[in-house]
Design a binder for this molecule. Sequence first.
Ligand SMILES: [Zn+2]
Length: 504
Amino acid sequence: MVGAESNRRDFLRWLAVSGAGVAVAGMLPGTASAAGAIVVITQVTLIDGTGSAPRRDVSVVLADERIAWVGDSGQVPDTGGARVIDGRGKFLIPGLWDMHTHGLDLEEIVPPLHLVHGVTGTREMWGYAENRATRDKIERGDLLGPRSVLASGIVDGPVTLLTPPVLQVSTEAEAKAAVRAEKAAGAEFVKIYSYLGADAARAIAEETRAQDLRFSGHWPYKLSHVDASDLGMHSFEHFFGTSIHCSTRRDEILARLVETPYDPEAPRDFFNLARQLEFESVSAYSPAAARAYFGRLRRNGTWHSPTLTINRIVTQPAATHKYDPRLKYVPADLRESWAMGIERFAPKTPEQIALQERYYQATLRLVGEAHEAGVGLIGGTDCLNPYTFPGSGLHEELAFLIEAGLSPVQALKTVTADAAKFLGRERTSGTVTAGKEADLVLLDANPAADIRNIAKIDTVITRGRVLDRTARRRMLDAVEAAANRPPAPATTARLRSLALRGCC
Ligand SMILES: [Zn+2]
C-alpha cells in the first residue's frame, strides 16, 4: 500500500511538472482533493480534431474534468494505480458538437441520446425557460448531458410560421428591445428567422454588436445573403437560399421575394414560394456567382451550417423514414407529430421527387464548394425535427459531409475544432489538447479510414466522466423506457409545434 501511495504521489508530481498544471495542482498530496479522479488512456491512435493526420501510440491523462497531458506513451511513468483505459487498436477523437439542435429539455430522451453517441456539446437553436433550466441542471451536475450553448428565443417578423414562444418584432425599436431582453434572460447569441423584416434585421445587427453578442439563423428573405453577411450574420442555417445566390437568376428571384408580401392568413405560402424558387435555381447554377458569393462570406467571417441531415430527410418521400429502428427512442406523441410534420415537406409527385433530389445533390456540391472556398462550415442535424435523431443524427451528418467532398478528418473538424472556434471556445474545447475540457470519444475503428466508424464507440468521456459500453447500454435502455411513458404535456406541445411548423 505504501508503495502504491508513493507511486501515485510520484505520478501526480510528474503530471504537475509536465502537464497543464492548473488541473492537477489541487490533486497533489496534502490538498483537499488529493483523491481526485485520474484517468489515463494509453497507446491510442489520436485524431486530435485540428485536421492533423492520425498520430499513433499516444497517451492522454485526464485529471477530473480536464485533459492534463497528451504525449507519446513512452514518456508516461507508472500511473500509481490510476484508472487506465487500454487504447491499443483504438482511436481517440474530441467529443463532438452538434451545432444545430432542439429539445434539450426533453430530459430523459435528448441529453442521454447525445452523450451515448459521443455528442458532448450542442448549440441549441431556440432558447426558452425550460431548456435554460435543463442546461443549468447539467452544468450543476444534477443531470448528465452535453454542454449546451443556448440561442435566444427565435426572433421573427409580424407574420410567422412559428407559434409562441417566438418573438415577433415589427419595428427597429422592438427588434433592439428583443435583443436586450433575451440577453438579460441568458441568451448566448440571437437566433433570427425567415420572415424578419430588413429594417428589423439591421437593428438586430446593430444591437447585438452593442451587446457583444452575435446573430445567426435563417436567411431573412427580404435581405440578400450578401447584405445579411455584411451586417455581421454569424451563420446561415440549413443552406436556405444558397443555390439562389449561386445562380444566374439571383437578382430576379431576390427582387420577386422582396416584392411579394407575407400573407398573415396563409403564412406558409411565402415559404413554399421561396423553396420552389430555390429548387428551380439549381438549374441556373453559375460558377462565377458562386465564387463571388463564397468569397464574400469567407471575407466577412460568415459560416454555413448546412444541416444536411434534415435537408436529406425533407427532400425524400415521407415513407422513407417510417421504419427507422431508432424510433423506439422517440416518445409516441413526438413520433406522431413527426409523421404529420414530414407530410408538409416531403415531395409527393414523381416531378417533385425528381426536382428535390436534384436540389439535394446540388446542395451537396455547393457545400463542397463552400468548403473549398474557405467558408467556415459547422455540422449540425436540426434534431428533434422529423426523423432527425439526437446523437446518431450527427453521425449521419458527418457521412453527408463526406458525400459533399470533405475528407473524414475535415468533416470531423467541422464538429470539433471548428465548432469550438465558431463558439469562441477554442481555448477550452474542440481538440485533444492539455488544459482543455475532458470531452472525448474512444472508437473501435478508424474514422479517418471510414467515417461510418464514428458509430463504433467504445467509450465516451464527458467532463472527465467515463461512460463505458455498460453505462451507455443502460442509458439507452432508460431512454427507451422513458419513450414508452407519457412526457409532460407542456414539453410535448412545444416539441410538437416544432415538428409541425418547419425547420428551425
Ligand atoms: Zn432548427
